[in-house]
Design a protein around this ligand. Structure first.
Ligand code: 5GP
Ligand code: MN
Length: 333
């Protein structure tokens, strides 16, 4: 689905715009919102970026990030802006549940809703949308959107760095999810002066000592393998959250270590957070963790990278995961 022509009409004259993305924003959520917001400002719109919850410190270097309004911290201010907008862009998510209270405010607002997203199975909450599950990232889609409008000459360093950030983070530095466009776009951004080495260093060489020690704890003490199912699980319990003082962003990327093992095709990372048990699923090749997350853990995402959640005891959730995983591995069925 690609409503670029209709969206072009909507932005043909200056608008009051809100750009938003999902809770616990990652590099793609932050990069795509900042990149699109900067572009729309260049097109003379008034733009506010509102995110449901705080972003990891590592993205603090991106231009424009200090102007982001966090709904959790300033709900009244955000509500007014959402109410007064006549256009709302929803980036890098495809169901209003992913943005909870922001979603309720958007639903009540009279603003037209535009979705730009690359996850599977979009819910029809928008007026116009671009949905490209084959895209590496929403950032890639933002680039393509701007290019399709014939405005790529407006992409300078600020927009370029934001877009490159989401491409780098959603592809794990070009290790997965890429298509030929991804490389063309990265090349185009580089020719505009975007320094990918600088960005990689800022984003990936930024762990704190605590985060590295937590990673060690996960690999040493919290990893379980199910060799028959080619599945690896890492879990963190409530106590771990206390002992390691785990904060937003501290568990980012840990799930990927499981897939570094030759005989592991499914990686599952389970976190017993204070109110909810969150899960990250990753897979190789034909195995759809999207189906697993959707069918059993009220989640979804991409075929090879999805998330979900559950309530109740950690052990019960781990047992449930172990019992349903085999159903999603084609070679076992
Ligand atoms: P992560 O494991 O990194 O949090 O998320 C992996 C992918 O799954 C991301 O694309 C993310 O947007 C998606 N995702 C994570 N949690 C959920 C969820 O609860 N519901 C849905 N539909 N998607 C999710
Ligand atoms: Mn994304």
């Amino acid at each position: 689905m690609n409503d670029t022509p209709q969206i072009k009409d909507l932005i043909a004259f200056p608008q009051e715009v809100v750009v938003t993305s999902h809770r616990n924003p990652d590099g793609d959520a932050i990069g795509s919102t900042l990149g699109l917001a900067a572009f729309l400002r260049k097109m003379n719109h008034t733009v506010h970026v509102i995110l449901p919850s705080e972003y990891p410190d590592v993205y603090g270097f991106l231009k424009g990030i200090d102007d982001i309004i966090i709904y959790d911290l300033e709900p009244d201010k955000a509500d007014v802006l959402i109410k007064n907008a006549n256009l709302t862009f929803c980036l890098d998510f495809n169901s209003l549940e992913r943005i909870d209270k922001v979603g309720m405010a958007i639903k009540e607002s009279k603003a037209k809703i535009v979705m730009i997203d690359h996850h599977m199975d979009p819910e029809p909450f928008y007026d116009h949308g671009i949905s490209t599950p084959a895209a590496s990232s929403t950032c890639e889609m933002v680039y393509t959107f701007i290019k399709d409008l014939g405005k790529d000459d407006l992409i300078g360093l600020e927009i370029g760095e934001a877009i490159m950030t989401g491409i780098l983070t959603d592809t794990g530095s070009f290790r997965h999810n890429t298509n030929q466009e991804t490389y063309y776009i990265a090349g185009a951004l580089k020719s505009k002066g975007v320094d990918d080495y600088y960005l990689q260093d800022k984003i990936f060489n930024s762990m704190t000592e605590k985060q590295v020690r937590l990673l060690g704890h996960c690999l040493n003490n919290r990893m379980e393998l199910m060799p028959e199912q080619k599945t690896g699980i890492i879990f963190l319990n409530k106590k771990d959250y206390e002992v390691y003082d785990i904060q937003r962003g501290d568990t980012e990327g840990i799930v990927n270590y499981l897939l570094m093992m030759k005989h592991i095709d499914v990686a599952i990372f389970v976190r017993q957070q204070p109110k909810i048990i969150k899960m990250s699923f990753r897979s190789k090749g034909d195995i759809s963790v999207q189906a697993l997350a959707r069918d059993h853990f009220k989640g979804g995402g991409h075929k090879n990278a999805s998330g979900g959640h559950a309530y109740g005891s950690l052990n019960k959730v781990l047992d449930k995961i172990k019992s349903v995983v085999p159903d999603y591995i084609p070679s076992l069925n």
